[in-house]
Design a protein around this ligand. Sequence first.
Ligand SMILES: [Zn+2]
Ligand SMILES: [Zn+2]
Length: 271
Amino acid sequence: MNSNKIPQKYNLHTHTYRCRHASGDTADYAAAAAAAGAELLGFTEHPPLFSNAAWDPFRMTAEELDGYFNSIAETAEKYPSMRILTGFEMDLLPRFKSYYEDNLLCREGIDYLIGGVHWINYHGDWLWIQEMNSAGHLREYVNEIAGLMESRLMSFITHPDMFASGYTRWDDNSRDCSRDILAAAEEYSVPLEINGNGFRKPEISTPDGPRYAYPLPEFWELAAGYDITVVCNSDAHKPENTMSDLDKCHDIINRFNLKHHPVQSMFSDAS
Ligand SMILES: [Zn+2]
Ligand SMILES: [Zn+2]
């Protein structure tokens, strides 16, 4: 079986200074990707929102959209041998769907969207993912992930196991949460991302001992029991990390005999 063969050298999850918690611009990331021999590089900045002040410090403004598109286009011209894609990392909550559709998805030049849950709305309160600590929070997290999948707009779900950065116990609740996410990924045929950024953050303490907040090995061990595919990305927030920690993501694929998504066919119709 060669299902674990790396389809190509790629990273499909890259930020820029525009999200206010990253540094460097598209040219800096492309230079690092080219130096590492990448064939495919995708930019996935957090898109602007208009209605949630708590989220504003973590994303570009609407005024920066044109600059984002232009910067990627200019960088792509400089690296004709590397495929460079334009995307966004979305929290696609139903309440924002029409805003996204009217302001982002109708724009030309978007190659793909990735879906990630960073906040949940629990009984009217916004909770940062690291504040999640109950079975109810996990159920809402699953609902949000399932909503992203049901939209059919997402090329893959980023860091699906990031719930483990807040809910730190591995117990029946976190197992149920994991199984529900994995079953939904199988049902909707949406690839899941093993996210390398977790390896670059400090380990957290849990009742089971210190570990990375994510990726969560227990989640990926369960994933082996589902008919799903995975992608490996660096989730770079600094140019020097553009292609970082992908080997560790691939180690998870090999350890649990997961199926690598055929990334080369993912964007066959993208310009
Ligand atoms: Zn994210
Ligand atoms: Zn990201």
